[in-house]
Write a new protein. Structure first.
Lengths: 330, 330
């Protein structure tokens, strides 16, 4: 019998504040381009004051993946912590409006709902400053056993591998998933995130993870070597690793095989925010519907191509129809 | 000596919740297409639950005009009421980041910051459901005398001509402006808004207003006649009336003259939200810089064309550069 959920995601519940900026502002603010940096409430406010007018869109890496899976027609659940405030209501609305199951209760006394200021430069690169707010109050109690046990894959957002409560939540979820005979996936999220937590990431992967999602910089940071060597190494640790390479497409390593899939062409590259998240969405939707590795990667690429053609990390079109029409075109 | 401000705006301080919807949803919700309807908190929640994922963008008709004037390089001020909450902070940030002076203090005990759910149908029309929240707590005390006395034009957003405190604020502002030898402008905002307040709008216009901004439906609703007759009538009441006619451009009536200006061509019509607001921005910027009526209307049309070519009611490009390059193209 088919599991009630395709994918259960555990991730940060974040509303994005998206602004188009010119490169000199990044230098003035002293932020590193292309990278996610954690900031406290005060620094977040100080940066916000320097930003031009922005738009607010629900985000969060893992939540974007859950939204993508729902847009593909898949059944997704999400575990992550908002506060019971205006941005928390926005986050919950945008996720549940897609049909994503979101059982995590809002924090009442918690810090405000998290926000991530995303500065998009003219080259379509995104640079992120995240105030985690309520996210860090996620605990193992928030891990919904019915959701995790009932999902083909539990997908863990690597950004969350930091506060002790969330780490315990990851381990609890991985255990529950495996007890139910399900798979556990992990995204590496960010090269600096990998650097900071390299040893414990390695332990997590070797002990609890079946599927790894990463971009080239993240995987090579994890194994401190080049891509070929890193692919050989990760092959020994997990069942499958899907590695994105920007315009060069993606590589999937499984057992003894390596499959390379080109990137999907994009008419106009606008904003790369969410590219990896939506690749994972397409890949996991296909994976949980029994498709082979090459098809999983292809569908991931189609979803990533949609997201980078507009501002913001959530699909602006029905991905199920997009994938169907793209795959059926000769 | 030049006044310190070009335009002071009094309007509703609103964050827009923008969602793309199909026409049948409007029918299901029982809302009238193309119109702005006021809703209470409960009805607002009920509609929100039915909306697909949305984006949040600062809006408010008069505030969009103030933002447009700032983007044109003009000096604008804004008076309107938010609450001291997350959306209130978003609204304040987006306006002040453009350099708009915004002296109104946030309500602490007030209702939440206002939000307007804007449903954009595939024909690019917008249908709006507004929960006014903190807006209705605007009082004459919020009318900043230095701002009004120091602005060439005080622009009143017609939507606000409803709660008693705001009406008194309008009358106080008009009086202050005229005492300082300035002009007073009024936007008619919405045909239903005009119907509801027809008599008192007429009294306001005849007694206190120098410049009227309206679309064709609003002006003909005010005078209960056709456009030609309405233009004759309004000519006797105010110094200047600028009337937008969608794809047919706009008509400006001054004294004995009527000037018609075509609409600016648009490559792709995406969302008409803010078209009238940005027309008024372009017009008033030009007007306060001594341009003739035809040029004011032309610059208004250029700004309106920018806003309807993307989602949302705030400019996505620097309007000063856009206007300069458009006017200099042969």
């Amino acid at each position: 019998m088919r599991a009630p959920y395709d994918v259960a995601v555990i991730g940060n519940a974040i509303v994005d504040v998206l602004a188009r900026v010119e490169d000199p502002l990044l230098a003035e603010l002293g932020v590193e381009k292309g990278i996610m940096t954690l900031v406290d409430a005060e620094r977040s406010e100080a940066i916000y004051r320097r930003l031009p007018p922005a738009v607010e869109v629900s985000g969060g890496s893992g939540a974007n993946t859950a939204a993508g899976i729902a847009s593909l027609g898949g059944k997704a659940g999400f575990i992550g912590k908002v506060k019971d405030d205006q941005l928390g209501a926005v986050f919950r609305h945008d996720l549940t409006a897609l049909g994503v199951h979101f059982p995590t209760s809002a924090g009442v006394e918690a810090a405000p709902t998290a926000r991530c200021m995303i500065m998009v430069t003219p080259d379509a690169q995104r640079t992120m400053q995240t105030y985690l707010g309520a996210c860090i109050e996620l605990t193992p109690d928030d891990v919904d056993e019915e959701l995790i046990g009932g999902a083909e894959v539990t997908y863990l957002e690597g950004y969350l591998w930091d506060p002790p409560g969330a780490k315990q939540a990851f381990l609890k979820a991985a255990e529950l998933a495996h007890q139910a005979g399900r798979k556990v996936a992990l995204s590496l999220s960010d090269p600096f995130c990998v650097e900071r937590h390299r040893d414990s990431f390695m332990t997590l992967i070797q002990g609890h993870v079946d599927l790894v999602f990463a971009n080239e910089a993240e995987l090579t940071a994890l194994y401190r070597t080049d891509l070929d060597q890193a692919l050989s190494a990760v092959r020994g640790h997990v069942e499958l690793a899907a590695v994105t390479r920007g315009a060069s497409g993606s590589v999937v390593a499984t057992g003894e095989r390596t499959v390379s899939v080109p990137a999907e062409p994009v008419e106009r590259l606008v904003d790369t925010t969410g590219a990896g998240d939506l690749y994972a969405a397409g890949f996991l939707y296909a994976y949980t519907h029994g498709r082979d590795a090459a098809t999983c990667a292809r569908i991931g690429s189609i979803c990533a191509a949609e997201i980078i053609s507009h501002m913001g990390p959530r699909p602006e079109t029905n991905l199920a129809r997009l994938v169907e029409s793209t795959l059926s075109a000769v």
